[in-house]
Every structure is written in structure tokens, then in C-alpha cells.
Design a protein around this ligand. Structure first.
Ligand code: ATP
Ligand code: 5RP
Length: 407
């Protein structure tokens, strides 16, 4: 980021002759190639002002939205994404040990649970779930995501999942890429407008249930009844407030039970669909064999080992919530991850930097959930697409005049 100077002054006029406060928050002006922002520290005219140098034109924060219900693989996806950029994501150093934030060299991932306006007790008293918009502060979410995008650090609240309380805020500095992950990144139209790219992880109820059982029963000691009850209790609000966001996503990873086994209810073998919106600037959908065709492919044979029930890929154009999309689908699971290179060689527009990068990433994280099926494959591919999007946007901003808006 551009180096940042904090200047205190007593009048707005002494900042710059072009500078005046037209709104109570901040506005920007151009100064020595940097987009400069200043923010009033109090509402009184003539009181001290803080000037913050925002990002240089090529460095403005890219904002990615990742929406999904709880326990649907957001953290796993984030680990795959951060790895594509080569860094390790860690909580803010020396901060609250229960912080939900993860920071790496390139990315900062903030969890939108931090914008819960009601803590656990407050929600119980009011009889609302965390999925209900009334339990969340969208005004603050918008103001803070906008500020970060504009190059201004913010003091973001922390929702403490251990205590169920709202903790004192933490400082979030503008990163190269900000990922806002959680229940509602695409719910509020103002926040949605700030997103440069958006992803929705759409896990079908059957699969969500199987994953919850695996995690909450095996790892957290919850009973089957309590897991069922918690899913049922969330469902009406999930359907009302979370699920509809997928219509706005640029990419959806849809996870369904397999069609390769009749009446499968184990939820171990998955059919995963990568739904990619057409016409999104800086994003060209991945395709199989021949762009725009409709294809069904069973790759099992000499080059790909498949045990029962096998693997089937499909590809083709579809319509999704009135948008033209391209869908790549994988049903089944890999026996040998190193053979993924065979699949990779038949996929195009992967935005990889070298032949075999997808396979390399998948092998590197073979212990992550979903590494043997389409969830891991498509999460990795979307990670590469986000890197490509970032590089394209940075390149276009450097060429374009300062102040060029969202791609
Ligand atoms: N692709 C996958 N295949 C199989 N299981 C998965 C997959 N992704 C996630 N899971 C299961 O779901 C659990 C939750 O995954 P993860 O922590 O990534 O989700 P999350 O959305 O970040 O959850 P939360 O919001 O509750 O923190 C994992 O421990 C694992 O049991
Ligand atoms: O849906 C969720 C998103 O992660 C959580 O249930 C919500 O944030 C409330 O958290 P907790 O159950 O820890 O009070």
C-alpha cells in the first residue's frame, strides 16, 4: 500500500485549497498520484482532522464476498485461496485470541459475524437468530467495507464465538484483497455494490446434514437430535435471508448428493457444480473441451483410476436466476490425486500460471476436506480465478486514471 501519513490540522482550508467537507464522513481528492482521503474526527467544524493516504491507484483494495451458511466450508475455501497467493493466514498478532480475522501478506479475511448487533443473549431475548437481518448492523458493515476499499483503516467490532459477546474492536488496515465471509455478504445492496467478485457456497440440505453430523457429533460431541434441531431451527431464516443471495453471486459452488448411486443418503460421494456467471468483467469461465458446447465425459480408464461409483464430468450453458451461466460439474471422487493432471489438461481458462498448478495445489492440501472431489477442485479453481481477477484489476487501474471505479 502507499505509505500513510496522519496529519492534524485545525482548519479544513489548510489541508488543500480543493478540500472541503461535503459530507460528515470522508471524501477523496488527488494528490501526488495518491488518492487521499480525510475524515473528520469530530462533528464540529474546524476541529482536528485526520488525513489518511489511501491506496495508490494500482493498489486499491479488491473486495471479495464469500457467502455460505455456518459449517459449509468457508474456512476451508479461505485456506485454499490464501495458499494460491502463497501466504499463510494468521489472526492479528497480539490481538484478541478469539478474533475471527485472518491476515496474510495479500489477503485479510474478515468474518461478517463481527457485525452481529445482538449478542447471544440479546438474540435469545428478542427471539431472533443470527441469520435474521435484525441481528446484524448493515450500516456499519457498509461504512467499514467502503472505508477499507477506499484505503482507510477501521476499528471493526469482534463477535466472540466462545463467549457469545461483542468484544472491543480490532484495527483492520486495508489489504490488497479483503475477503468478507459469512452469512450476509450479498444481502445489503450497498455492500453488494462494493464487491469486485462474489461467491456462494450452496450446500444442499442432505450434504449439510452429513457434514454437520461428521463435525459436530464426531469432533464436538453433540447429539444427533441436537444437530437436527439446530438445522431445523435455522432453516426458515436460512431460506428467507441467506439462500436468496446466490442469485447475486458471480460463481456458485453447488454441492449435491451423487447421482451415480441410486438413492444415496450417505452424503459421502458428491455431485458438485461450478456455476459461473457470463459477462463478469475480468472473469472468464472455466470450460471443458470446447467452450459453449454441451459435454458429458467419463474420464475413467487408462489415465484415471476410478473405483465404484466412478467419476462423471459435464459441462454446458444454462440459465441461473435469469442469468446466462456456464456450468462445469463433477460427480464422484478421485482415487489418486496425482492423476488429476489428466482432468486439468482437459479444462481451459483455468488462469493457472503453469501447467499442473491446479493439481499441485490440490496435492499440497490433500488433507483438507473435499480434496478428493469437486468441492476441493472447484474451490482451487476459483482461488486461481480470484488471483487472476486481482492481477487484471490492478493492471487496469494502473493504466486508468485515479478514481476509476469498480470493474
Ligand atoms: N468439501 C468438504 N467435504 C467434506 N466435508 C467438508 C467439506 N467442507 C467442509 N466440510 C466439513 O464441514 C466442516 C466445516 O468446514 P469449515 O470449517 O470449512 O466451514 P465453515 O463454513 O467455515 O464453518 P463455520 O462457519 O461453522 O466456522 C469441516 O470440519 C468438515 O467436517
Ligand atoms: O451462523 C453463525 C455464523 O457463524 C453463527 O451461528 C452465529 O454467528 C452465532 O454464533 P454463536 O452460535 O457462536 O453464538
Amino acid at each position: 500500500m502507499a505509505s500513510c501519513t496522519v496529519v492534524y490540522t485545525t482548519t479544513t482550508q489548510s489541508l488543500n485549497k480543493n478540500c472541503s467537507f461535503s459530507s460528515k464522513s470522508h471524501l477523496g481528492f488527488h494528490h501526488q498520484k495518491h488518492l487521499v482521503f480525510y475524515k473528520r474526527s469530530s462533528s464540529k467544524r474546524g476541529s482536528p482532522c485526520v488525513i489518511t493516504c489511501g491506496a495508490a491507484a494500482g493498489d486499491q483494495t479488491l473486495v471479495i464476498g464469500l457467502a455460505a451458511d455456518s459449517g459449509c466450508g468457508k474456512s476451508t475455501f479461505m485456506r485454499r485461496l490464501t495458499s494460491v497467493f502463497g501466504g499463510r493466514a494468521e489472526p492479528p498478532k497480539g490481538g484478541n485470541p478469539d478474533s475471527n480475522t485472518l491476515i496474510s501478506d495479500t489477503t485479510t479475511v474478515i468474518c461478517l459475524d463481527d457485525y452481529h448487533s445482538l449478542d447471544r443473549t440479546g438474540r435469545k431475548e428478542k427471539g431472533v437468530t443470527a441469520l435474521d437481518p435484525r441481528a446484524n448492523d448493515f450500516d456499519l458493515m457498509y461504512e467499514q467495507v467502503k472505508a477499507i476499499k477506499d484505503g482507510i483503516a477501521v476499528q471493526k467490532p469482534i463477535y466472540n464465538h466462545v463467549t457469545g459477546l461483542l468484544d472491543p474492536p480490532e484495527l483492520i488496515k486495508p489489504p490488497k484483497i479483503l475477503v468478507i465471509e459469512g452469512l450476509h455478504p450479498m444481502f445489503d445492496s450497498r455492500v453488494r455494490e462494493l464487491l469486485d467478485f462474489s461467491i456462494y457456497l450452496d450446500i444442499s440440505n442432505e450434504v449439510k446434514f452429513a457434514w454437520k453430523i461428521q463435525r459436530d457429533m464426531a469432533e464436538r460431541g453433540h447429539s444427533l437430535e441436537s444437530i437436527k434441531a439446530s438445522i431445523e431451527a435455522r432453516k426458515p431464516d436460512f431460506d428467507a435471508f441467506i439462500d436468496p443471495q446466490k442469485q447475486y453471486a458471480d460463481a456458485v459452488i453447488e454441492v449435491l448428493p451423487t447421482q451415480l448411486i441410486a438413492d444415496d443418503n450417505e452424503g459421502k460421494v458428491l455431485r458438485v457444480r461450478l456455476i459461473q456467471k457470463e459477462g463478469v468483467k475480468h472473469f472468464s469461465p472455466v470450460y471443458l473441451f470446447d467452450e459453449g458446447s454441451t459435454i458429458s465425459w467419463v474420464p475413467c480408464g487408462r489415465k484415471l483410476t476410478c473405483s465404484y461409483p466412478g467419476i462423471k464430468f459435464s459441462y454446458g450453458p444454462e440459465t441461473y436466476y435469469g442469468h446466462e451461466v456456464s456450468v462445469v460439474e463433477m460427480d464422484g471422487q478421485f482415487d489418486r490425486l496425482d492423476e488429476l493432471i489428466y482432468i486439468e489438461s482437459h479444462l481451459s481458462n483455468l488462469s493457472s500460471k503453469f501447467y499442473g498448478e491446479v493439481t499441485q495445489q490440490m496435492l499440497k492440501h490433500s488433507d483438507f476436506p473435499g480434496s478428493n472431489n469437486g468441492t476441493g477442485l472447484f474451490q482451487t479453481i476459483i482461488g486461481l480465478k480470484i488471483r487472476d481477477l486481482y492481477e487484471q484489476i490492478v493492471a487496469s487501474r494502473v493504466e486508468a486514471p485515479v478514481g476509476a471505479a469498480k470493474a
